[in-house]
Design a binder for this molecule. Structure first.
Ligand code: HEM
Length: 121
């Protein structure tokens, strides 16, 4: 069960990021039906990431501070992805685009480096 969660988490994070990028491209290309379907699948991956992450945090990591912080930042990352997609779809992202993209890139890098323990404390 724990191994399955570890595999689910470790194998799903890049699928999540890839789905986000493809959904964004489809929105920009005006392929709204395709974007809608991929956005739904992306939201399913948010659930998989959060569920498997929380299980791993509670079991093998016993709420280690490193992964508590990583988990919180991962939620910020999901927020940034949702804001970018929803606001781009509505056409209301405007001047806030660089802020959300900046947040996305910086938090993504930190979350992955914390997850892989490249950054550790
Ligand atoms: C989109 C959101 C997320 C991304 C991109 C992400 C990314 C990653 C990455 C790259 C790893 C390293 C995996 C590996 O060793 O192969 C990892 C591990 C981990 N993440 Fe996440 N994560 C996300 C969400 C979360 C959430 C919401 C939590 C907890 C609340 C969490 C808790 C953990 C824990 C505890 C580990 C250690 C797993 C292990 O030892 O196998 N993650 N994450």
């Amino acid at each position: 069960m724990i191994n399955a969660m570890s595999a689910a988490h470790g194998d799903s994070w890049y699928v999540t990021i890839l789905l986000f990028v493809i959904t964004y491209i489809l929105i920009k290309m005006g392929v709204s039906k395709g974007a809608k379907i991929l956005h739904m699948i992306l939201r399913l991956f948010y659930v998989i990431m959060i569920f498997s992450g929380v299980v791993l945090l509670m079991t093998i990591w016993n709420f280690a501070l490193l992964y508590v912080i990583k988990g919180i930042l991962a939620i910020v990352l999901i927020y940034a992805m949702e804001m970018i997609l929803v606001k781009t779809k509505k056409g209301t992202i405007g001047a806030k685009a660089p802020m959300y993209w900046g947040l996305f890139v910086v938090v993504l890098v930190v979350v992955v480096l914390l997850g892989l323990q490249v950054i550790r404390f």
